[in-house]
Design a protein. Structure first.
Length: 143
């Protein structure tokens, strides 16, 4: 295979990988937005489902990155700027969405903690009320 054919094949493969990577990054961003909505609604089971899907995509993206790195080393030409810019843009949007979700989850955690403290206080008050009191002095009914 000639050098130009090798470069062309590697370029085509690299473009295919980058296209797939962008598609998965788009899906990852959509899932991040879905996760934020689930957090807004307090749907923690929904969050777990989304996290599971995101993990699968993350594994695919790691594989893409290894393959892209390998192919880039075989090329003398840089990756087109518009493709790498889109990858960076999607990554940044996903990180931004994750920060929003993290704030919502921290807020939910604080609310749950406050509710637990309220329940604990209510339990203490209830226990104090229903626990029989003993008088310190003798009590006589006939008086």
């Amino acid at each position: 295979m000639s050098r130009s054919e090798k470069i062309k094949n590697n370029s085509d493969s690299l473009i295919d990988l980058l296209t797939s990577q962008c598609a998965d990054l788009e899906e990852l961003l959509a899932l991040a937005r879905e996760e934020t909505e689930a957090a807004k609604q307090g749907n923690f089971l929904g969050i777990l489902d989304v996290v599971s899907e995101r993990a699968k995509i993350g594994e695919k993206l790691e594989t893409f990155q290894r393959q892209i790195t390998e192919l880039r080393s075989n090329l003398e030409e840089p990756i087109p700027t518009n493709v790498s810019s889109r990858v960076i843009e999607l990554s940044n949007l996903t990180l931004y969405q994750d920060r929003k979700t993290q704030k919502l989850l921290n807020s939910a955690k604080e609310e749950a903690s406050a509710e637990l403290k309220t329940l604990e206080k209510a339990e203490q008050n209830t226990n104090a009320y229903i626990t029989p009191k003993r008088k310190g002095l003798a009590f006589e009914r006939d008086i």
